[in-house]
Ligand binder design. Structure first.
Ligand code: ZN
Ligand code: ZN
Length: 259
């Protein structure tokens, strides 16, 4: 299976080590047709992107585009879900100027308020030690993510279930209804094969992302491809996979999959 785009890459604007230009250079060298720059939202404690930087990133992306005309360069994000109501940590005004939105749950974020912080941070930490918390936490995480998917135009949910457990079936059902893909994150190896199989039953699409935090990892999909193949996915299940019978037509036609 061959992939044409890496939608999940980080740069020095958060805690990546490379610049936008360096990520694009590697993506181009590896033969990708598109690359997305997807920085963390501002709520990630210590590593979040300054909201003002999205405007700078946009300028930089436009500059780099003039040197790389054969690869499509997209500006996206990896927003944080920061409340049980599915709020995201990037203002709508900024989201509207991005080429696509990815969002996910992370363990160390500034939540909307203390109550959300208790449910999404504290209880998630406690559930690893106190078994009786697990069902409640699973439910809360799932509500937060599915509301985010319903209320925003999210192209991809990043690494569902990593660090913060979710009900894969419920998330996959909502994601399929909303046209949102679930990520198989090659960097973290999540979702696992077992969860991909559960999600596939609901007809949801998947995206394989490198989650590169250094330029050399851009386009490194190996672990994600292994999971996808073992779970029985084919090109039609994965939004950034090249459809073999339609190669000539779809290779440049990725706009269908990027909102
Ligand atoms: Zn992430
Ligand atoms: Zn990431």
């Amino acid at each position: 299976m061959k992939l044409w785009a890496d939608f999940h890459t980080h740069t020095i604007y958060s805690h990546g080590t490379g610049t936008i230009r360096q990520n694009v250079e590697i993506a181009f060298k590896k033969g990708l047709s598109a690359i997305g720059i997807s920085e963390h939202g501002p709520a990630n404690i210590g590593i979040g992107t300054n909201p003002d930087d999205f405007e700078r990133m946009r300028e930089e992306v436009e500059n780099v585009k003039s040197n790389f005309t054969e690869i499509r360069i997209l500006l996206g994000c990896e927003a944080n879900v920061i409340s049980l109501d599915g709020d995201l940590d990037i203002p709508d005004k900024i989201l509207a100027r991005l080429d696509y939105i990815m969002a996910g749950l992370h363990p160390m974020v500034w939540t909307r308020n203390l109550r959300d912080g208790y449910h999404l941070m504290v209880e998630n930490m406690l559930q690893w030690r106190i078994k009786s918390f697990r069902a409640k936490v699973l439910d809360q995480n799932t509500i937060a993510l599915t509301k985010a998917v319903k209320n925003h135009k999210i192209a991809i949910v990043t690494h569902p279930g990593l660090h913060l457990p979710v009900d894969t079936a419920a998330l996959a059902k909502t994601a399929a209804e909303c046209g949102t893909a679930l990520e198989i994150n090659a960097g973290h190896g999540y979702m696992t094969q077992e969860f991909v199989k559960i999600a596939k039953k609901y007809g949801v699409k998947f995206a394989i992302g490198s989650d590169a935090h250094r330029p050399s990892d851009v386009g490194n999909f190996r672990r994600g491809l292994e999971i996808a193949e073992k779970a029985g996915l084919n090109e039609n299940d994965i939004i950034n996979a090249v459809r073999i019978p339609e190669i000539s037509r779809t290779q440049g036609d990725y706009s269908t999959y990027v909102p």
